[in-house]
Design a protein around this ligand. Structure first.
Ligand code: PEP
Ligand code: MN
Length: 353
C-alpha cells in the first residue's frame, strides 16, 4: 500500500501542466453548464468543474441542483471530451457521483475540517481510481489537511492531489480566504510528491486579484489552478462576485508566465510572504489603535491624564526580553515602540474631544 511520503503522483503526468480546472461554482441550468463548458473546451481547459451540492454558510441560499446536474455533467463529457469534476461531502454524494461516472471528485474546505466526514467519504470511495482532490481545511491546521490525505490513502485510494483555497479570516482581511502561503509551502516542502493546485477564486472572493494569485501559485511551482468560470458571472446563484467569464479565463491564462526556478522565482516566493505579513501587521496596528481610542474615552470619562508614564515604562520593560528573544534590534524596537506610543497618545487626545 502507498504511504503519504511515497504517494503515486502518476495521475498528474497524464495532463499538460499547469492543469487548469474551470467551470462554475454551481451547476444551475443545462444551458448555463453547456454554454460555459463549450467555451472552456475551446480554450483547451482539461477539466470542467461544477458544484452539484453546495455547502452554504446560511440556510435559504441556493444549495445546489442535485442529481439532475449530474446528467448535464455527463453531457459535457460526451460533447466536449473534457473530464468532469464536482464536490462530494458525504457517502450519498459519492454514490451518485460514481454512478454518473464523474472523473474527479473534490472534498471541500468545510468537509476537510471534519474527520468523521472525511472518513465517511474515504470509506465510500474505497479502492477508487478516480482522481480525488482535497481542499485545505477552512482553519489554519496543516495536520488536519494531512490527516485527511492519510484517511484516503488508508482506503486504498491512489490518485490524490490537494487544492490550496486559503484560510478563513475575521475582519480586516484583504482576501475572502487568506492565502497564508507559508502553510501551503510547508506542505509542499514536506510532500513534494503530492500534486498541488491553487484556487484563486475562493482566496480572492472577488475578480480583483485572481490573476495575481494565479501567477504567484505558478511561481511557487504549483501544478495547476482551479478557477470559477461562468458564462454570465453576475447572474450566478453562488459566488457571483468571484466568477469570471471563459473569455477572461483565456485572457488570464495568456497573461501568466510559467517561470523557471531561478533567482526571480525565489525572490517572488519571499516577497509574497512579506506582502502577506505586512497586511497582517497593519491590521494588527488598526486593532491596537482602536483599543487606544477606547482607553482615551474611558480616561476622559474618569478625568484621568492621557500620559501615564508608569504604565508606558512598564510596557517597555516587559517587552524588552521579548524583543531580545525575537532577535529584533534595540534600535528598531525603540523607534517602533516610540512611534506606537506617540500615535496612541494622538488617538487618545482626539478621543478626549
Ligand atoms: C467551491 O469550490 O465552490 C467551494 C465551495 O469551495 P470551498 O470548499 O473551497 O469553499
Ligand atoms: Mn464557489
Amino acid at each position: 500500500m502507498q504511504t503519504i511520503d511515497k504517494i503515486n503522483n502518476d495521475w498528474i503526468l497524464r495532463f499538460s501542466t499547469p492543469l487548469i480546472i474551470g467551470g462554475p461554482c454551481s451547476a444551475e441550468t443545462q444551458e448555463q453548464v453547456l454554454k460555459t463548458a463549450y467555451k472552456l473546451s475551446k480554450a483547451s481547459i482539461q477539466i470542467f468543474r461544477a458544484g452539484i451540492w453546495k455547502p452554504r454558510t446560511k440556510p435559504g441560499s441556493f444549495e445546489g441542483i442535485g442529481e439532475k446536474g449530474l446528467k448535464w455533467l455527463q453531457k459535457v463529457k460526451e460533447e466536449t471530451g473534457m473530464l468532469v469534476a464536482t464536490e462530494v461531502a458525504n457517502a450519498s454524494h459519492v454514490k451518485y457521483a460514481l454512478a454518473y461516472n464523474l472523473d474527479v471528485l473534490w472534498i471541500g474546505a468545510r468537509s476537510t475540517v471534519n474527520p468523521f466526514t472525511v472518513q465517511e467519504i474515504a470509506e465510500s470511495l474505497k479502492d477508487t481510481d478516480k482522481i480525488i482532490l482535497i481542499k485545505n481545511p477552512i482553519n489554519l491546521d496543516l495536520e488536519l489537511w494531512i490527516g485527511a490525505i492519510e484517511r484516503l490513502i488508508a482506503q486504498g485510494i491512489k490518485n490524490i492531489g490537494v487544492i490550496h483555497r486559503g484560510f478563513s479570516a475575521y475582519k480586516n482581511a484583504p482576501y475572502r480566504n487568506v492565502p497564508n502561503w507559508e502553510v501551503a509551502l510547508d506542505f509542499r516542502k514536506r510532500f513534494p510528491n503530492i500534486p498541488i493546485l491553487c484556487d484563486p477564486s475562493h482566496i480572492c472572493g472577488q475578480r480583483k486579484g485572481i490573476s495575481k494569485i494565479s501567477q504567484q501559485a505558478l511561481n511557487c511551482e504549483y501544478h495547476g489552478l482551479m478557477l470559477e468560470t461562468h458564462c454570465h458571472p453576475d447572474k450566478a446563484l453562488s459566488d457571483a462576485k468571484q466568477q469570471i467569464t471563459p473569455e477572461k479565463l483565456l485572457e488570464l491564462l495568456k497573461s501568466i508566465e510559467v517561470l523557471n526556478k531561478n533567482t526571480k522565482q525565489k525572490l517572488e516566493l519571499l516577497r509574497i510572504q512579506i506582502d502577506e505579513l505586512d497586511h497582517h501587521i497593519l491590521s494588527l496596528f488598526s486593532d491596537r489603535f482602536k483599543l487606544s481610542s477606547m482607553i482615551g474615552k474611558l480616561k476622559k470619562n474618569s478625568h484621568l491624564p492621557i500620559i501615564q508614564h508608569n504604565r508606558w515604562n512598564q510596557i517597555i520593560d516587559e517587552l524588552k526580553p521579548y524583543v531580545k528573544k525575537l532577535s529584533i534590534s534595540d534600535d528598531f524596537s525603540e523607534i517602533l515602540l516610540n512611534s506606537i506610543h506617540k500615535e496612541s497618545v494622538n488617538i487618545q487626545n482626539r478621543a478626549m474631544v
